[in-house]
Ligand binder design. Structure first.
Ligand code: SF4
Length: 244
């Protein structure tokens, strides 16, 4: 999409009429100008500290066309959950249900994730914040491309900065690669703690993978996931981050 076309997203009134403004808090004039520029191209950086709240960021994502996924989405899907959570869970990208509802992890994968969290007394609404590497649905649920992930990464980093979790759970290899750059397969690194930006990070299986591999036998993915979530629970207790 041409730069001019994308800028016209903000010129909804036309003529001399006052332009409608995004419903966001004003921080500074220069930041206000940046807000009008950010969605137009992935070449325009979004520096850390650009957004004062998740609401501001979400408002921007709804108008974003930094990558081609903006052209085919129904809704941009920004994170949900407790915005002061100690745990952030990062998925890959929105699927059909998420795209339709504008919320992450609300389909079958989301239901399974809720059960996994509930098994260690964690709730998606109270104890975690859930988001994705890309905020718009890749067509046919394909894996987002490196360019799409790079275009959306500032939004992911800003969400992490604003939530400021102690623990990040990365579901699947795409999330691990997007955040840490680690390209190893998920089966090799799941369940292991790594440090990134001063936070405890653990790769875990994506719930969608568990839906395709439903066996609970010891050593199978679902069994391993239950081991991993208990390790997370232990870390939370060790760090005294929840009451459990
Ligand atoms: S996926 Fe991210 S970068 Fe791409 S259009 Fe959607 S919000 Fe913008």
């Amino acid at each position: 999409m041409a730069n001019e076309d994308q800028l016209s997203l903000f010129d909804l009134a036309g003529g001399d009429a006052p332009k409608p403004q995004p419903e966001v808090d004003r921080v500074s004039d220069s930041l206000e100008e940046d807000r009008h520029l950010i969605p137009t191209s992935a070449k325009i950086p979004i520096p850390p500290g650009t957004y004062g709240s998740i609401n501001e960021l979400a408002e921007h994502c709804r108008q974003c066309h930094r990558c081609g996924l903006g052209a085919t989405r129904t809704n941009a899907v920004v994170g949900r959950g407790n915005r002061k959570a100690s745990v952030v869970i990062v998925g890959e990208g929105p699927g059909q249900h998420e795209d339709e509802r504008g919320l992450p992890f609300v389909g079958r994968s989301g239901e399974l994730l809720e059960k996994i969290l509930a098994s260690v007394k964690l709730s998606t609404e109270e104890d975690v914040y859930i988001c994705n590497t890309v905020n718009c649905r890749p067509p046919d649920n394909r894996t987002p491309t490196p360019d799409e992930i790079a275009a959306c990464k500032p939004y992911l980093l800003e969400q992490i900065r604003l939530i400021d979790p102690k623990i990040i759970l990365m579901t699947g290899a795409t999330a691990v690669k997007a955040i840490t750059g680690d390209k190893r397969g998920i089966t090799k690194i799941r369940g292991t703690w790594m440090q990134w930006e001063g936070r405890w990070c653990m790769p875990i299986f994506h719930p969608a993978y568990l839906l395709r591999n439903p066996s609970k036998e010891p050593g199978k993915p679902k069994w391993l996931m239950w081991q991993d979530i208990q390790t997370v629970r232990q870390k939370l207790d060790e760090l005294k981050l929840t009451n459990g």
